[in-house]
Design a protein around this ligand. Structure first.
Ligand code: PGA
Length: 244
């Protein structure tokens, strides 16, 4: 695992964007796994900026989002469909038919959707690059502590901490308690993985994920089992021990 420590969040975002731009230059039809959350917001801003400047063409790229809440209509303000449209897809030129996000809408057969999603990734030829954040409880995508390292795309119960974090965005409406997520094995099959972590609140969990034992009680530690991972951290997330 390579660890890159950047001075601040802005340079973390720029570094991640540069890496993606370069990967798309090398392979314009890149198949890329994409996260939501706060951490990648700066990265998406950079990608939109580069697209507007004319230095980034996403017309051949195929995307697969990591996860989606279960039980929200796609147009719900807190759905990951909405997040992706607002922060990336509404502002760049990924063809709509190349965009994949699990469908967690009410009434959907979520088990069948999970299977379909896993197969769609496989049918596309797998992921060239997967970008992922880390939850404060060590989750990657919505693989919560205890998730099997051999897990595939499936319906999961969210951890209490994850629900509590989400609740801040949901206001008076109860936050979803379940989601569809790529599995850990699904994610580890990506050819390259970029882990992003920013802020001092992540320093402890990042240290344990990168340097502690690989254990299912800390899903992000599964990344140690992959030979092509680059962790891009800001100074704060690299912690007092200064990882790297
Ligand atoms: P965050 O979430 O980017 O909002 O911190 C990361 C995650 O939970 O995977």
């Amino acid at each position: 695992m390579r660890v890159l420590v950047t001075p601040d969040y802005e340079s973390l975002s720029q570094t991640a964007a540069d890496l993606i731009v370069k990967a798309i230059r090398v392979k314009p039809a890149l198949r890329i796994g994409l996260p939501t959350g706060n951490t990648p917001l700066g990265l998406y801003e950079e990608l939109v900026k580069k697209h507007r400047e004319g230095t980034l063409d996403l017309s051949q790229v195929t995307t697969f989002n990591l996860d989606e809440f279960l039980g929200l209509p796609q147009g719900h303000p807190q759905s990951f469909h909405t997040y992706m449209r607002q922060h990336l897809f509404g502002n760049v030129n990924v063809p709509p038919q190349n965009i994949h996000i699990p469908n967690g809408s009410p009434g959907v057969d979520a088990d069948a959707e999970s299977k379909r999603y896993e197969e769609a990734i496989e049918k596309a030829g797998g992921l060239d690059l997967l970008v992922v954040g880390i939850g404060s409880n060590g989750h990657i995508a919505f693989n919560e502590p205890g998730a099997a390292f051999n897990s595939r795309t499936r319906v999961v119960d969210l951890a209490a901490e994850t629900i509590a974090n989400a609740q801040r965005q949901f206001g008076a409406e109860p936050a979803p308690r379940q989601a569809i997520t790529m599995g850990i094995a699904t994610m580890l099959e990506a050819r390259r993985i970029v882990l992003l972590a920013a802020g001092a609140a992540k320093a402890g969990v990042v240290e344990r994920a990168l340097r502690g034992p690989a254990t299912e009680s800390l899903p992000a530690s599964a990344l140690q089992r992959h030979s092509e991972v680059i962790a891009i951290l800001d100074e704060a997330a690299s912690g007092p021990g200064k990882i790297g």
